[in-house]
Design a protein around this ligand. Structure first.
Ligand code: ADP
Ligand code: MG
Length: 323
């Protein structure tokens, strides 16, 4: 493109909240044949909410109708429920999980803490705290080790997650991120957070499909939750990579590009930065972290996945001047 065309494209971009980091990026975006989305915070709002608290006290079976489950938007089961010593109740599970998560800045953790606060639950201060990236947290509370996180975190501490498997699968099939809570070497229960798919996510994926682009999704979240979200926005489950550790996201993009395709990676988080740098075009979306923006070639100022389509259309010249 001529310098003048580059200037026009860059300025149309700026007016649309699509910032290209230079003329070469503006040129490259039209040659993208694959778009790789991060899930959390990119296709979804990333604003997690606590939806379920499930005690596993051993006296209940998973088939008794999930009596320990706190359903979406209410958690009425809490109110007026007293706990006896021999039964682990919702309150114990939530207090334990939230106390352990109080030192974490992860959106999953913040939703658990907010949920506990909403129920007026006093949290204990962990004496020790460790963040295990892509897995969960490990804390010491009242002299006991508490774990909150995924199956791998629990297994790595030699605790068998099997007794929670039915409940895990039920929550995950609903698209929720279910986390195991263990205390003193034994499973205590589960908590689940849910996130909302962004309003325009499905329309954006549809518009990219219309342009014959291959669409992929990469997430650290588990397979079932990932597939529930993929289905909601029309991404082929075969193109979903779940349980990808933060340090492996870039390798996943490399693998997608290994057959010679040119991928645009769209992400928002710190853990997306290496993947953004690896992709043919890295795109940071919305209120993405500074690290992501720095690693990206394109920054979408709004939190709108449709701007991914806009970026490509500005590059290929089909999106003309907008005053
Ligand atoms: P994403 O790629 O979706 O942003 P992460 O890589 O941050 O996800 O986390 C992957 C998985 O690790 C989560 O789905 C969750 O199961 C677990 N996890 C991560 N951080 C926490 C936490 N603070 N508490 C509980 N579980 C966590
Ligand atoms: Mg993210």
């Amino acid at each position: 493109a001529t310098p003048a065309a580059t200037m026009v494209g860059t300025s149309i971009g700026a007016k649309n909240g699509v910032l290209f980091k230079g003329g070469d990026v503006l040129e490259r975006a039209k040659d993208v044949d694959t778009v790789v989305f991060d899930k959390t915070g990119t296709l979804t709002t990333g604003e997690m909410e606590l939806t379920d608290v499930v005690p596993l006290d051993g006296t209940r079976t998973a088939t008794d109708g999930g009596s320990g489950t706190v359903a979406d938007g209410g958690m009425q089961a809490f109110e007026g429920r007293s706990e006896s010593d021999d039964e682990i109740g919702e309150e114990t599970v939530l207090r334990t999980a939230a106390s352990a998560e109080s030192g974490s800045e992860h959106p999953l953790a913040q939703a658990i803490v907010a949920g506990a606060e909403e129920h007026g639950i006093d949290l204990a201060d962990p004496t020790e705290f460790e963040n295990v990236p892509g897995q969960g947290v490990r804390a010491t509370i009242d002299g006991e080790e508490v774990l909150v996180g995924n199956r791998k975190l629990i297994r790595d501490s030699d605790i068998d997650p099997a007794p929670a498997e039915d409940e895990l699968e039920r929550l995950e099939a609903e698209g929720k991120t279910a986390m195991l809570v263990a205390r003193g070497g034994a499973l205590l229960g589960l908590v689940a957070d849910a996130d909302t798919v962004k309003e325009s996510a499905k329309e954006a994926v549809g518009a990219l499909h219309d342009r014959d682009l291959a669409i992929h999704m990469i997430t650290g979240d588990n397979e079932r939750t990932a597939e529930a979200v993929a289905e909601e926005v029309d991404i082929d489950p075969a193109n979903v990579r779940a349980e990808v550790l933060p340090e492996d996201k870039a390798a996943a993009v490399e693998e997608i590009q290994s057959a010679g395709s040119r991928a645009m990676m769209v992400g928002d988080g710190v853990n997306d930065a290496p993947a953004l740098a690896t992709a043919y075009v890295g795109t940071a979306i919305g209120s993405g972290t500074d690290v992501a923006i720095e690693a990206a070639d394109v920054t979408l100022m709004r939190d709108d996945p449709l701007d991914v389509v806009k970026a490509i259309r500005i590059s290929d010249g089909t999106l003309q001047k907008i005053k």
